[in-house]
Ligand binder design. Structure first.
Ligand code: BES
Ligand code: MN
Ligand code: ZN
Length: 494
C-alpha cells in the first residue's frame, strides 16, 4: 500500500486512533495541547513534570494514556522551529509510527510549534517529513520477517491554521513526498533488477500516469543520434544503454531541463574499482531517480511551466567488449574525448545529455549526478557540491536547496582548472587526476554546455547514507527531489 497523508479538521483531543504525534517547540506544554492533556488524564503534563521532555530538538517521549489515543508521541522541534525542524520532527514521528507497527497515525503541529514558519510552508514540510520518515523497503524480504502492518496513512491535524494556506502547503508537500518515495524506491533496487531498460520503463510508466510524452532511445536510437559517449560507457555490458527524454508542458516559454545520471551499476569498467563498498554503486543512478521523483511531484501539481527531464543510462562493466583507457570517443556535441579512466563514466553520459539539451533552447539546465568521490572528501555528507556557468542561476539553485533543506555549496569553477583535462590526442580527456577532482569533473561537463545557464549538482556523498538516525533509515535519501521541486515551483510562480 502506498503511503499517503491527508489534512483533517479532527481536533487533537478527539482523535482516538493508534498514535497521536505532536510536534512541540522547546518550552512549557503549549496551551493549544491543554485539551489533549486533559483528555489523556494529564499524561503530557506529567512527562514535562518528570523532566523527561521539554521540546528540545529530536527529544521524544511516548505515553500510553488511559483515555484518548492508544499512544501519544511528543517530538521536540527545538527553540526556534524552522521548516527543516518541522520536516525532521514529522519524519521522526512517522518513523517511530512505522517501527511501533501503527498502520495509521495523526500528526499535530499547533501554532506555538510552528513559530515564525508561514502556515503553507509548515504544512508542506510536515507532509514531506511524514513521507520521508515512513519509508521502508521490505519487498525483497520474505513476509515472515515483517509481521507488523505497514504504516500507510498519516492524517495531519489542521488545528486553527488558516485552511487555505494549510491546504495549499499540504498539497505541495504531499506531492513532493510522493516524489521522494518514488525516487527512493527506484534508488534502492538492486542492479540485476534495475537495468537501464527497466529505468527507462519506470520513466515511461510515470509519464503514462501523468499524460506526459516520453521518448526512449535504445542502442539503435543512440547510434542513429550520434550519442557516442553514452554508447561507449554501455558497450561492455550485456544490458544495453538507454536515453530518456520526458516532457512536461504546463506553460509557455523556454523550458527548464533536469538531467540525471543513470548508471545502474558502476564497477569502474576496465579501470575497475576495489571490492570495498562496490555494492554502493547500485546508487549511481540516484541523479536519474531524483529527476523521476521531481517529475512525479510536477505531474501531481501541474505547475505553469515547461520542464524537460533527460536520463542517460548505462551499466559500466569490464568485459571483452568494454571501452578502454586510451579510447577516443566521438560525442553527440561533436567534440572528442580521450578516455584515460573508464571509471570517470558519469561525465561521458552527461556530456551527451547536455549536448542533447540544446534542442529545447532551454531557459536553464541543471544536471544532478553521483559524479565524484572527491565531493565527499571536500564537503562530507552535509551538503552537495554545485558549480555552473551563470552566477545568478547557481544562486537560484542554492536558494531552492535551502528551502528544501537539500543544501548545495558552490565550488570554484575557475579557468585555471581547465588545464587538468587537456588531452594530447583529443579535445578533452575524461579525468583531471586526484587534485580538485570534483571541479575538474565540472569543467569537463562545461565543455559540453553551449547557449544556456547551467548548474551541476554533485550528490555522490548525499544520495545515500549508511547512518541510521531517528528520522531516516540507512540507504537512499532521495536527494534532489525537494530541491528540484522548489526550483521548478518557484520558476512557475507557485
Ligand atoms: N560513481 C562514481 C562516483 C562515486 C564515488 C559515487 C563514491 C558515490 C560514491 C564515479 O563514476 C567515479 O567513479 N568517479 C571517479 C572519477 C575519477 C576516476 C576521475 C572517482 O570519484 O574516483
Ligand atoms: Mn565511476
Ligand atoms: Zn559512476
Amino acid at each position: 500500500m502506498p503511503f499517503t497523508t491527508s489534512l483533517t479538521d479532527v481536533a487533537a483531543e478527539s482523535y482516538a486512533g493508534p498514535l497521536l504525534i505532536a510536534l512541540v517547540a522547546q518550552g512549557p506544554l503549549p496551551g493549544s495541547l491543554a485539551g489533549l492533556d486533559a483528555r489523556t488524564g494529564g499524561a503530557l503534563g506529567r512527562a514535562y513534570g518528570a523532566g523527561d521532555f521539554s521540546g528540545k530538538k529530536d527529544e521524544t517521549v511516548l505515553a500510553y494514556p488511559a483515555a484518548g489515543p492508544a499512544r501519544v508521541l511528543l517530538v521536540g522541534v527545538g527553540k526556534e522551529p524552522t521548516r527543516a525542524a518541522l520536516r525532521r520532527g514529522a519524519a521522526i514521528g512517522a518513523k517511530r509510527a512505522r517501527v511501533l507497527g501503527a498502520a495509521t497515525a495523526a500528526l499535530a503541529c499547533p501554532a506555538e510549534s510552528r513559530a515564525a514558519v508561514p502556515v503553507a510552508d509548515a504544512f508542506q514540510s510536515l507532509a514531506e517529513g511524514a513521507a520521508q520518515g515512513s519509508w521502508w523497503f521490505g519487498e525483497m524480504k520474505r513476509p515472515p520477517e515483517e509481521p507488523k502492518p505497514a504504516l500507510t496513512a498519516i492524517e495531519i491535524l489542521r488545528g486553527d491554521a488558516d485552511p487555505a494556506a494549510a491546504g495549499r502547503g499540504h498539497t505541495v508537500g504531499a506531492a513532493i513526498g510522493a516524489g521522494q518515495l518514488l525516487a527512493r524506491g527506484i534508488q534502492v533496487l538492486p542492479p540485476n533488477v534495475l537495468t537501464p531498460a527497466r529505468l527507462a520503463e519506470a520513466a515511461t510508466e510515470l509519464a503514462g500516469r501523468h499524460g506526459m510524452p516520453c521518448l526512449v532511445l535504445d542502442r539503435a536510437g543512440l547510434e542513429r543520434e550520434g550519442m557516442g559517449a553514452i554508447l561507449a560507457v554501455g558497450v561492455g555490458s550485456a544490458q544495453d544503454p538507454r536515453f530518456v527524454a520526458l516532457e512536461y508542458r504546463g506553460g509557455t516559454g523556454a523550458p527548464i531541463v533536469l538531467i540525471g545520471k543513470g548508471i545502474t551499476f558502476d564497477t569502474g569498467g576496465i579501470s575497475i574499482k576495489p571490492a570495498q563498498s562496490m555494492e554502493d554503486m547500485k546508487y549511481d543512478m540516484s541523479g536519474a531517480a531524483a529527476v523521476l521523483g521531481a517529475f512525479e511531484a510536477i505531474g501531481r501539481l501541474k505547475p505553469a511551466i515547461n520542464v524537460i527531464g533527460l536520463i542517460p543510462s548505462a551499466e559500466n562493466m569490464p568485459s571483452g567488449t568494454a571501452y578502454r583507457p586510451a579510447d577516443v570517443v566521438k560525442t553527440h556535441f561533436g567534440k572528442t574525448i580521450e578516455v584515460v579512466n573508464t571509471d570517470a563514466e558519469g561525465r561521458l553520459l552527461l556530456a551527451d545529455a547536455l549536448s542533447w539539451a540544446r534542442k529545447y533552447q532551454p531557459a536553464a539546465v541543471v544536471d544532478i549526478a553521483t559524479l565524484t568521490g572527491a565531493i565527499g572528501i571536500a564537503l562530507g555528507q552535509v551538503v552537495a557540491g554545485v558549480m555552473g556557468n551563470d552566477p545568478s542561476f547557481v544562486q537560484e539553485v542554492i536558494a531552492a536547496g535551502q528551502r528544501a533543506h537539500e543544501r548545495a555549496w558552490e565550488l570554484p569553477l575557475l579557468d585555471e582548472y581547465r588545464d587538468q583535462i587537456k588531452s594530447d590526442i583529443a579535445d578533452v580527456k575524461n579525468s583531471g587526476g586526484r587534485l580538485a577532482g570534483s571541479i575538474t569533473a565540472g569543467w569537463f561537463l562545461k565543455e559540453f554546455v553551449e547557449g544556456f545557464p547551467w548548474a551541476h549538482l554533485d550528490i555522490a556523498s548525499t544520495a545515500y547514507t549508511d547512518r541510521e538516525d531517528a528520522a531516516l533509515v540507512k540507504g537512499p535519501t532521495g536527494m534532489g527531489v525537494r530541491l528540484f521541486a522548489e526550483l521548478v515551483l518557484a520558476r512557475a510562480g507557485a
